[in-house]
Design a protein around this ligand. Structure first.
Ligand code: F6P
Length: 548
């Protein structure tokens, strides 16, 4: 693979950027009133308007050339067909097999994995139906009312986000809780709300070795056994989602109560596997299958649509355009749908754990920026918090607005206001307000010329801030599946262009190792001298506080 900076397209894009960077978005729109029709895409029920970007047809052609030179299509084929696309761990990455609704086999090491995938889905259906209908009972014979998912990272963010996003479809008797943080307050505040007789704990961990999850799971079991329950009742109240049957047994969960998945499913891509159990319990298996179908429809789009009509490819190219040519290294996700409030957090792991890399697939250092910082909050709340910086700060932060047109809880004018705010923000970011427009507005409100002059620096908006707007009819299971898969493929395409491995995460290991050794030292409660002066100082100071 050639370093992306050495491709012809990269060099042409560098020159193109120099030529077009002073043209404003206002200029582009005044010069061409067909931009909205030209720069839009449809896929799997989603509609993307990408016209409010610093692009012309020439920019798009060059970006598509970059995708061609980076062999994006071949990368997709390698992933979909089970090639080792994660070479540092020697694994394929086949989350797409988990939502494959078609008849085609998916081969790993010469074996079709689809029968195993389907068998686990069937077990999940049977189990979830028993819990939902109330025939899976707790140790006193009562139906389950509360489900506590204990997991972290990909074993938490995905199911939590999806359960919240699909709350209107939730089972009436079941309340879903999520405990992830090793901070005991997280478990404590959840345990205060539940009754051991009617609670099901799901211990979700791909490796079943994650410190936070195992600590929380052990404490939850202790709490359970401190009630009237006995050891023999654990099977009725604890199930595991994991790839590690031995560790599940060692913890004390019967592997009959374990729903497995495979090492070719990355943690942050595991929502489609047994890790989706909280979602299945909440919305039911039939709706979960619609969710899988939405993702499958997006998979087919990503795999078959030409690059120029390919939604994840286009979103990825725009990120590369801003990140590498405009030096805009931050990306906002602003969902205008309260139920999507954890979507930005979910995308943070998906994008930053995947593309936060500094070396190419072959281990050589990258020569250009990789994954941007991804963050966000739902609108309209964000407007009253950080949007000031987007409008008038010194950073250009490309934004994705995600708007669900129909509310699942229609109420008076709420939805129309929500929509109006979403469209107003992208318009304001792009158009801004110049001195003349401000002067007209202030004059009409009776301001003097002197006052207009004094305030014009503060009250004008440069505009020219780019954004995408994604429209979805309603946040249904199908739409959510398509939306998540869209971003998964976007991240994949970015990685293909940057020639980095999006499927490993070695960067999280050092902190884990050090935490282990510092924990042992805190446990011993003796003054430490083995670290740098700051870390020694902090540990010793904390030990002093602890002993007070
Ligand atoms: O800390 C990184 C990580 O390995 C994530 O990639 C993963 O989603 C999370 O920890 C949880 O891992 P596990 O499911 O094995 O407990």
């Amino acid at each position: 693979m050639t370093d992306p900076v050495d491709t012809k397209a990269w060099k042409a894009l560098t020159a193109h950027h120099a030529a077009v960077s002073s043209t404003t978005l206002r200029d582009l729109f005044s010069a061409d009133d067909t931009r909205f029709d030209t720069f839009q895409l449809k896929a799997a029920g989603l509609f993307l308007d990408y016209s409010k970007n610093h692009i012309t047809s020439e920019t798009v052609d060059l970006l598509l050339q970059l995708a061609e030179e980076s062999n994006v299509k071949r990368h997709f084929e390698r992933m979909f067909t089970g090639d080792i696309v994660n070479p540092t761990e020697g694994r394929p990455s086949l989350h797409t097999a988990l939502r494959n609704r078609g008849p085609e086999p998916v081969m790993v090491e010469g074996r079709d994995v689809m029968p195993d995938v389907k068998a686990v889905l069937e077990r999940l259906r049977v189990f979830s139906e028993r819990v939902r209908e109330g025939s899976w009972t707790g140790f006193t014979g009562k139906a389950i009312t509360d489900v506590v998912n204990i997991g972290i990272g990909g074993s938490d963010l995905g199911p939590l986000m999806a359960v919240e996003a699909l709350a209107p479809f939730a089972h009436e008797r079941l309340t879903l809780h999520f405990v992830s943080n090793v901070d005991g307050s997280h478990l404590h505040s959840t345990l205060k709300k539940i009754n051991p007789e009617t609670t099901l704990f799901i211990v979700a961990s791909k490796t079943f070795s994650t410190q936070e999850t195992l600590t929380n799971a052990h404490s939850a079991r202790r709490w359970f056994l401190d009630s009237a329950a006995g050891e023999e009742d654990v099977t009725k109240h604890f199930v595991a989602l994991s790839t590690n049957a031995d560790a599940v047994s060692a913890f004390g969960i019967d592997t009959q109560n374990m729903f497995g998945f495979w090492d070719w499913v990355g943690g942050r891509y595991s929502l489609w596997s047994a890790i989706g159990l909280p979602v299945i319990l909440s919305i039911g298996m039939d709706r979960f299958e619609q969710f899988l179908q939405g993702a499958y429809d997006m998979d087919n789009h990503a795999r078959t649509a030409p690059l120029s009509e390919n939604m994840p490819v286009m979103l990825a190219l725009l990120t590369v355009w801003y990140n590498n040519f405009w030096q805009a290294h931050s990306h906002l996700i602003a969902p205008y749908d309260q139920y999507l409030h954890r979507f930005p957090a979910y995308l943070q792991q998906l994008t930053m754990e995947s593309n936060g890399k500094s070396v190419h697939v072959d281990g050589s250092p990258v020569q250009s920026a990789t994954g941007p910082v991804v963050w966000g909050e739902p609108g309209t709340n964000g407007q009253h918090a950080y949007f000031q910086l987007l409008h008038q700060g010194t950073h250009m932060i490309p934004a994705d607005f995600i708007m669900a047109i129909e509310s699942l809880n229609p109420m008076g004018i709420h939805q129309d206001l929500l929509m109006a705010n979403c469209f107003a923000q992208s318009e304001a970011l792009m158009m801004g307000k110049n001195k003349e427009e401000l002067a007209t507005e202030m004059r009409a409100a009776g301001a003097s010329d002197e006052e207009i002059e004094r305030l014009s620096g503060h009250r004008t908006f440069a505009g020219n801030r780019p954004s995408n707007t994604l429209l979805v009819q309603q946040v249904t299971p199908h739409a959510l599946g398509a939306l998540i898969a869209l971003y998964e493929h976007k991240v994949f395409v970015e990685a293909a262009i940057w020639d980095i491995n999006p499927f490993d995460q070695w960067g999280v290991e050092l902190g884990k190792q050090l935490a282990k050794s510092i924990h042992a030292q805190i446990d011993k409660a003796q003054t430490v001298t083995s670290h740098d002066a700051s870390t020694n100082g902090l540990i010793n100071r904390a030990l002093k506080f602890k002993n007070v």
